[in-house]
Design a protein around this ligand. Structure first.
Ligand code: HEC
Length: 148
């Protein structure tokens, strides 16, 4: 019990540090400072939802089910980032638009096209992250159908 009392505050202290690190290690266009006490920008929250929804859709596709997308993916074009001024690079909007188009195509996919269109969609995540925010790349790779 004593150990737990010592450990708990330590975990609470370290958790926010972990979140900021996760948001985007220390890359030039990425967040280094949390915007609010939780460190969660609108865009960061949306990204987490995109990842969780993607994992769910991945399982559906692996089971041969029709993907049922629930995340409001169009928000990527308007959500506020942790460092909004740095997101206004020439690359962000075209990369976000190609993600939105890939999600639309996946949403309208016939069952036999779903796997291919899902892979294309995950590639659009990777393209933007390589460009603007490499921190989460390792996590995003888990979305690929062949990874487990
Ligand atoms: C157009 C660029 C772009 C695309 C496309 C994109 N991301 Fe991101 N992502 C970002 C940026 C920028 C951040 C940092 C957000 C912030 O800190 O406000 C981020 C942050 C993240 C994070 C960290 C969130 C956190 O916990 O703080 C994850 C996970 C993530 N993205 C996953 C994904 C996944 C999965 C996809 C595709 C389904 C995707 N991203 C597509 C730009 C993009």
């Amino acid at each position: 019990m004593k150990k737990l009392i010592v450990l708990l505050p330590l975990v609470c202290l370290l958790a926010p540090v972990g979140l900021v690190w996760q948001a985007c290690s220390d890359e030039k266009n990425c967040a280094t400072q949390p915007l609010n006490p939780n460190g969660d920008s609108e865009l960061a929250l949306l990204m987490r939802a995109m990842f969780e929804d993607g994992m769910r859709v991945k399982v559906q596709i692996l089971k041969g089910e029709t993907p049922d997308i629930q995340v409001d993916f169009k928000q990527i074009l308007t959500a506020k980032a942790t460092a909004p001024e740095k997101m206004q690079t020439a690359d962000f909007e075209p990369l976000a638009t190609s993600y939105v188009q890939a999600m639309r195509a996946l949403d309208a996919a016939k069952p036999e096209e779903a796997a291919q269109l899902f892979t294309t969609m995950v590639t659009t995540c990777m393209n933007c992250h390589h460009n603007t925010c490499p921190g989460p790349v390792v996590r995003i790779k888990k979305l690929f159908l062949e990874s487990n």
